[in-house]
Design a protein. Structure first.
Length: 309
């Protein structure tokens, strides 16, 4: 029998563990019909509630369920990577425990892999239930990063996908510390089928992604898959040097020809503030890349496992 591994990152999802398992098991007749065995890998990302205990209860009923508990919260990217390292399946799915990634889509995703696709990935066709300001910024982010990067990142793309073993091995070969999986999934290539579905509300609890966490995640994506900010800083610096030389010549000619001393203290202060602000902006762009380099060269592990069942 072929094995399908489902990776379920969890952070304070105590109320959703059992609901997710019950929904996932509705696919059991499909698995039997296709000759598929399964394993469920819950990755507890340092939850502060009873998530791990709930998973242990499910394990007591089903030996195909596994648990990896982190020593603290390392983030969803680390949880997905840990799950892929642990997964033994010929096919590997990544799914959220809050049921925003409907397990009922798995048969359709598997059908596309049978047709010859290497990955069947999902994207939201709408952003129903999401604050308008967040939706607006999300769309602007996808448009911006696709202009700045050679790696295409699909608007509305979810981490929910079903992949063949070859694709998973390719992703695992990219052991970088600063991970932006939406970009990594696209960067490794392979033939991908995109499946659209309407946005689904969380089953229980509140989202763990605040606006600022999403903003920081977006910045990580830009830095990880584009050097455009560094190029913009270089071009801006060169442009201001050119403007400065021109203004020096204008000032000298104005003094020699017209005898007009340099004046305009308010305008001078505004120019100083403008140039200083641009310098700090460019320095900040360089600092982002320096920060990522610093974290990479330390070679710290992506996560630390506290318990594995």
């Amino acid at each position: 029998m072929k094995l399908l591994s489902a990776i379920v990152p969890c952070y304070n999802e105590e109320e959703n563990v059992r609901c997710f398992y019950d929904e996932f098991m509705k696919n059991k007749p499909f698995f039997d019909r296709k000759g598929l065995d399964y394993e469920l890998i819950f990755v507890d990302d340092g939850s502060g509630d009873g998530t791990a205990q709930e998973v242990r209860g499910v394990i007591a009923e089903d030996s195909r369920v596994h648990l990896i508990s982190f020593s603290r919260n390392f983030g969803k990217e680390a949880a997905m990577y840990a799950g892929m390292q642990e997964a033994k399946g010929d096919y590997v799915a990544i799914m959220d425990a809050d049921l925003q990634d409907p397990p009922s889509l798995l048969p359709e995703l598997y059908g596309y892999l049978e047709q010859g696709y290497d990955t069947a990935a999902t994207r939201r066709s709408d952003r129903k239930g999401e604050p308008r300001i967040r939706s607006w910024f999300a769309r602007r982010f996808y448009r911006l990063i696709n202009r700045m990067s050679d790696t295409e990142i699909v608007d509305g793309a979810r981490d929910y996908r079903l992949m063949k073993r070859q694709v998973v091995d390719a992703i695992l070969s990219l052991a970088e510390y600063n991970r932006f999986s939406k970009g990594i999934f696209s960067w490794v290539g392979f033939r991908t089928k995109w499946v659209e579905y309407e946005n689904v509300e969380r089953q229980h609890g509140q989202t763990k992604w605040s606006f600022w966490k999403l903003f920081a995640y977006a910045m990580d994506g830009i830095v990880a898959f584009s050097t455009a900010p560094l190029k913009i800083a270089s071009v801006t610096g060169s442009l201001f040097c050119l403007v400065s030389f021109v203004m020096i010549l204008v000032t000298i000619i104005r003094k020699l020809v017209f005898g007009d001393p340099t004046s305009g203290w308010p305008s001078l202060v505004c120019i100083i503030f403008l140039v200083s602000g641009i310098q700090m902006l460019c320095l900040g762009a360089v600092g982002q890349y320096l920060e990522k380099t610093y974290l990479e060269v330390k070679k710290r592990p992506l996560y630390i496992v506290k318990e594995k069942i």
